[in-house]
Design a protein around this ligand. Structure first.
Ligand SMILES: [Zn+2]
Ligand SMILES: [Zn+2]
Ligand SMILES: [Zn+2]
Length: 512
């Protein structure tokens, strides 16, 4: 008999267990020794913990006063002079796991809480929302040529051959149109085209550049077809129903984004009010809208063509909740918690361009972005006859002029996670609540009083502010000020991640 998981001890979680610092530079070692010698090591540990072991925190100097809005009385003052280490550190807050692992975990947790509240209620969203129809939709990019990929076989997501075809079949460049390899995820060829000359790099980049526009048109079309389904004009739709969504963009191996969206149908009273249609009908409307949306993208310059852009044929709209009274939870159906987890995970993913070993096809896409931006900048609208026909277009900067700035995002300029206004609580409000929580716990500790937990969450999330914070802060810089601090913060963050994983594993074993 093995011991209960709750009683297992986390390896390396005792006070005297050292952190794994990996290979340290001589400067880092010197800086750590210095912290120990001048007695600031404990202060540093507190500061690092207060920013959640952010790997590149922002440093601020200045002061602020907390004022009671009703009486005008100053109830507290704070200055960076009084802060440990003489400067205020704030977490960088970066979404991407490859930029700051610690902050991206906070971002993922907030995204999860935001998405979950929109599904099941809580955090200012009424509980009744849990009976509104819900669809999980994935809108993809179309194909711009055959690419290598990890394929499924016999019910397994991997192990299948890439693209089994007669090896004698060649494209016009003499390259095989098939590939018999069984690729794995870490294979740099995955996502890259079978033939670099057949692949339509230009259209792929133009599609990605306009993907946010396609999404915008999709939401308009969906609302329009919902109105017509209900037999009301668009302006009257509000009186019958509204569509709310949370969406994230996820980069695929080929370097193009997919949109994953949770679409919820509310009744006239908003979240929790009875919807006039069920989830199955909503899924049909979503499929129709996504399939019919298109946009004609203007050419990059006089030598280019305009392109009609649309979403890919591979379109998925699954009903998570029908919203019908007799909605039996069958085991195959997606769970609300599960989809919230997917969205949170996708939201922290990067483009997959590892600067140390860039995948050739992603490098090529980024290069195409820069080349287009250059062409857009050097094309003279006045000398271009097509453009000159339309006087209003004259002298206006090309829509592709900024493509170069987004080359590192492979031309995707949209937000990674967005939600409609009334889907759920905002990420900003969750962040503010966390900040207030830190303040009230610090106050309770300082004054030696017990933390009042009654309605604590509601108070933290409350929008009405009776106290004002007036301050003047200036940006001193970003990042830890020496290599030793950074090494310690990163090691502590890694240890915290291991601990979270270990705890999650323990939970799943104990559930068995
Ligand atoms: Zn950070
Ligand atoms: Zn292949
Ligand atoms: Zn070819």
């Amino acid at each position: 008999m093995s011991e209960p998981p709750g009683l297992r001890t986390f390896p390396g979680y005792t006070e005297d267990e050292g952190l794994d610092l990996g290979h340290l530079s001589a400067t880092a070692v010197g800086a750590i020794v210095q912290r120990i010698a001048d007695g600031s090591a404990a202060l540093f540990a507190d500061v690092a913990a207060s920013v959640g072991y952010c790997s590149k925190p922002v440093r601020l100097v200045g002061s602020s006063h907390t004022v009671d809005g009703r009486t005008g009385e100053i109830v507290g003052s704070f200055s960076s002079d009084g802060a440990p280490l003489g400067v205020v550190y704030r977490p960088c807050g970066n979404r991407r796991a490859d930029v700051c692992a610690a902050c991206s975990r906070v971002y993922a947790r907030d995204t999860f809480a935001m998405v979950r509240a929109g599904l099941l209620g809580g955090k200012t969203v009424p509980q009744e929302v849990a009976s509104n129809p819900l669809v999980f939709a994935t809108l993809t990019a179309p194909s711009f040529g055959y690419v290598h990929g990890v394929r499924a076989t016999g019910g397994h997501p991997t192990g299948g051959r890439c693209r089994p075809r007669d090896t004698a079949n060649r494209c016009e460049h003499g390259r095989p149109v098939g590939c018999m390899t069984v690729h794995t995820d870490d294979d740099p060829a995955v996502g890259g085209p079978l033939c670099v000359d057949c692949y339509d790099w230009a259209s792929a980049v133009v599609w990605q550049w306009w993907a946010p526009e396609l999404w915008r048109r999709f939401t308009i079309t969906l609302r329009r077809s919902l109105a017509s389904r209900l037999g009301v004009s668009e302006s009257r739709l509000k009186g019958r129903a509204s569509v709310q969504f949370a969406k994230v963009a996820e980069f695929q191996a080929r370097g193009l984004v997919h949109f994953h969206a949770l679409v919820r149908l509310d009744g006239p009273g908003g979240a929790g009010s009875r919807a006039p249609l069920d989830g199955g009908t909503l899924a049909d409307l979503i499929r129709e809208a996504a399939g019919s949306v298109s946009f004609v993208a203007p050419p990059v310059d006089g030598a280019d063509v305009s392109r009609r852009l649309a979403f890919g044929a591979q379109l998925d709209a699954r009903t998570v909740r029908t919203g019908l009274p007799a909605d039996d939870d069958d085991d195959d159906s997606l769970r609300a918690e599960q989809v919230a987890g997917y969205l949170a995970k996708y939201a922290t993913k990067s483009t997959g361009t590892d600067p140390a070993s860039p995948r050739p096809h992603l490098t090529r896409l980024a290069h195409t972005c820069r080349a287009f931006a250059q062409r857009a900048a050097s094309s003279d609208p006045a000398g271009d006859h097509e453009a000159a026909d339309d006087a209003s277009e004259q002298g206006r900067p090309s829509p592709y002029a900024l493509l170069g700035k987004w080359a590192h995002m492979l031309g995707f300029r949209g937000h990674f996670s967005t939600k409609s206004r009334r889907y759920s609580v905002t990420l900003g409000r969750l962040r503010r609540a966390r900040h207030r929580y830190r303040q009230v716990t610090a106050n309770a500790a300082r004054n030696g009083v017990a933390l009042d937990t009654r309605d604590l969450e509601a108070r933290l999330l409350a929008d009405d502010e009776t106290t004002l914070v007036i301050g003047s802060w200036s940006f001193q810089g970003s990042g830890w000020t020496n290599a030793g601090d950074k090494a310690l913060a990163d090691a502590a963050a890694a240890r915290a991640r291991e601990y979270a994983r270990w705890r999650a594993e323990g939970k799943s074993t104990s559930n068995r």
